[in-house]
Design a protein around this ligand. Sequence first.
Ligand SMILES: C[S@@+](CC[C@H](N)C(=O)[O-])C[C@H]1O[C@@H](n2cnc3c(N)ncnc32)[C@H](O)[C@@H]1O
Length: 338
Amino acid sequence: MVLTRLKAKSEGKLTKQICRVVLDHFDKQYSKELGDAWSAVRDILTSPSCWQHAVLLNRFSYPFELEKDLHFKGYHTLFQGSLPYYPKSMKCYLSRIPHRMPSERHQIGSLKKYYLLNAASLLPVLALELRDGEKVLDLCAAPGGKSVALLQCAYPGYLHCNEYDSLRLRWLRQTLESFIPESLENVIKVSELDGREMGDAQPEKFDKVLVDAPCSNDRSWLFSSDSQKAACRISQRRKLPVLQIELLRSAIKALRPGGLLVYSTCTLSKAENQDVISDVLNTCRGVLPVNIEEMAGTCSRDFAFAPTGQECGLLVIPEKGRAWGPMYVAKLKKSWTV
Ligand SMILES: C[S@@+](CC[C@H](N)C(=O)[O-])C[C@H]1O[C@@H](n2cnc3c(N)ncnc32)[C@H](O)[C@@H]1O
C-alpha cells in the first residue's frame, strides 16, 4: 500500500507529519458521521500548532507561585465552581491560546507540581462524582492521567489501577510515584490483569468504575510515524468495539448494585462510542443510562460538543480556541435490583 505523507499545518518548525492513509480513512467516516462539523474538527486535528494543553495542579505538592503565574499568563480555571459536584480540591487551568507549560522531569523522592493534559480528559473523571472513602476501579489506567485526576477530586477508600500492557504498566507506576505521596500508597493497588477478567476476579466490589477504553485515539493515529502499522491498525479497527463491550461487561460485574460506571474514549468513531453504549444498554440486564446533559450545559464555555443522540453520552469535539477532545463520555448506573 502506498502511503503519502503530508506536512502538518504548523507554523515554524515541522515536527509532526500526518499519515495520509489515516486521514483518508477518517475523512470518509467522519464526514458521514459528523456532517459539516468534520471540516472544522479536521482543521484542528491536523494542526498541532492549535492544540492546547491544560495544567492540572497537584494538590499533594501545591504550587502557589505557579498558580499566580498562570493567572498572570491569562489562564482561567475549568468550570469555576458551576458544576454541583465539582470538587474544590481539583484545580485545572486552561488558556485559550495554545501555550504549553514545560513538562516536569521525574525525580525520585519529589512530587511533580502539575500534569499537562487534554482538558476534556477531566470530564469522565468528574462524571464519576467520586466521594471520600469510595472504592474505585480505573480499569485501563496507563499512563495514569485519570488516576491522578481522580485523586485530586477525593480521598478514595481504595483505588485500584489496572493496566494490561506491561510496558505501559511501568509508565503508570512512574506516574503514580511522581504525583502521589507515599502516605496514600496503602489505598492504591496496581494490577496487570486483562480488564475483561476483572469482573469475575472482583465481583460487585466497587462503588465507581472508570473504563477509559483502548480506542482509535484519533489524534495520535493521525500522526502515526510507522505507516505500515497505521494501515494495520485501520484494518483491525473494526475489532475494537468487541473488546470495548467485553471490558464494559466486566466492569459492570465488578460494580456493586447502585454503583456508577463511566465509559470514555478519545475517538470520534460512533462504532466505538454510541454504538458500544447502545449495545451494552440493550444486552446487559440491570444497567441504566444516567443523564449527563447538565455537564455539557455547564461547561459549554470551555468545550464544544457534537450531538450524540443519547442523554447519557457526550462527545467533545475540538474547535479553534477550545481545541479539546475528541472525548466521548457515557455514564451508566447498575440498578439495585438485577
Ligand atoms: C486510553 S488508554 C488509558 C489512558 C489512561 N486512562 C489515562 O488517562 O492515562 C487505554 C489503555 O487500556 C489498555 N488496555 C488495552 N487492552 C486492555 C485490556 N484488555 N485490559 C486492560 N487494559 C487494556 C491500553 O494498554 C491502554 O493503556
